[in-house]
Design a protein around this ligand. Structure first.
Ligand code: SF4
Length: 368
């Protein structure tokens, strides 16, 4: 069994470690690229949302490298993600690829079904071994997400922000080469040390921008055209409302602990949106309010073209912008998105936020 899975930010690091810890062979999809998107777009329905197109590209590129089994999570919410595995399986079958797809659908009253699938993907029936490897993979993923966070904070403050990219690019290459939990954790810790040793300009007071929106486009840098890097080089500190490790905490840790943060977002969103609209539409509204209350300078909502839950959230965000006096910009991405226009919009938004901050300072000074 040669296992592969679609890319989603740092997820590949945790899943690779998890599978290696179980003694399974992993075929990592090549880093998402123009080729990945071209392959996916060519073989997917034209109007389907961007994540499915990139997934298809990932699968085909992994199959070319020898993968024969795909693992993917399922969903039962009111958005297209619930149909992803069905559509993807049909596309691959039509193209003549003989691969097995193991889907971790929510149990829906049949927990044994899900447990059997997990055992099949894990290639063992030993629950202790599976749980131990899941915990290890989760820990590695958490460290990888923290590393990305640290890189965002340092990029906004470093004397030379491009040194952060050099370190992170080297990490991304090395993390594909190392094997198992120990080596991966060692690499993560060493990379963190390297980042923390960079020279910081203490006079910089970075603008703070929050990224909210559809989970895939927030987390997968290729899908959001590397927005964290672009903003970081403009001297902006970026905070994402979702990471894969947070998603795991919300959905896999039982009881009120795991979903505490998510419930706070629902509570904040309630006056504007009180029901589930699929995807993370409700969380986008709630997160935006929480960021505004925490004095962020601006918010960027990012979503794939035709994403239903985020279109609902988008229609509410102008009211939040007015009620909380915080600039919010929406960016819609698909395979036709041009980098130059995207960058211009980011630069214009950052200029606007900078001007607002300066005007606020002047107002405070004139009052004192
Ligand atoms: S959340 Fe939006 S982009 Fe993601 S699967 Fe659902 S409809 Fe598609």
């Amino acid at each position: 069994m040669k296992i592969t899975f679609p890319h989603l930010g740092n997820t590949f690091i945790g899943v690779k470690v998890l599978m290696e810890d179980l003694g399974n062979e992993v075929v990592l999809p090549p880093k998402c690229s123009k080729r990945t998107l071209e392959i996916g777009t060519k073989h997917s329905p034209e109007t389907i949302c961007l994540p499915l197109k990139i997934n298809i590209g990932n699968y085909i590129e992994s199959i070319e490298k020898g993968a024969d089994t795909i693992i993917i999570t399922g969903s039962c919410g009111p958005c297209r993600f619930g149909f992803y595995s069905i559509i993807e399986r049909e596309i691959l079958k039509d193209l003549g690829y003989d691969v097995e797809m193991i889907v971790f659908d929510p149990p829906d009253g049949e927990p044994m079904k899900l447990i059997r699938r997990i055992m099949k993907a894990a290639n063992t029936k030993n629950p202790y071994k599976i749980i131990r490897s899941i915990v290890r993979g989760g820990k590695v993923l958490q460290l990888a997400d923290e590393l990305t966070d640290i890189s965002n904070r340092i990029r906004a403050r470093a004397v030379n922000s491009y040194q952060v990219d050099t370190i992170m690019d080297k990490f991304e290459k090395r993390v594909r080469e190392v094997y198992g939990v120990k080596e991966t954790i060692k690499l993560l810790k060493n990379t963190r040390k390297e980042l923390e040793s960079l020279e910081i300009d203490n006079k910089k007071q970075p603008l703070k921008i929050a990224i909210v929106g559809e989970i895939y486009t927030i987390i997968e840098p290729f899908a959001n055209l590397y927005i964290e890097k672009k903003l970081g080089h403009m001297g902006v500190e970026v905070n994402k409302s979702l990471t894969t490790s947070q998603w795991i905490k919300h959905h896999l840790i039982p009881g009120p602990f795991g979903s505490k943060e998510e419930k706070e977002k629902w509570k904040a969103a309630k006056p504007y949106l009180s029901t589930l609209v699929g995807g993370h539409g409700r969380e986008t509204v709630g997160s935006s309010i929480i960021y505004a209350e925490n004095n962020y300078d601006g918010i960027i909502q990012i979503l794939p073209l035709t994403c239903m839950p985020e279109i609902v959230a988008e229609s509410i965000l102008p009211t939040i912008q007015r009620d909380y006096d915080i600039p919010i910009m929406t960016l819609i991405v698909d395979e036709m998105t041009g980098e130059a226009g995207y960058l211009t919009r980011l630069e214009a938004f950052v200029d606007l936020l900078q001007k607002r901050r300066e005007d606020n300072y002047e107002r405070i000074l004139s009052r004192s």
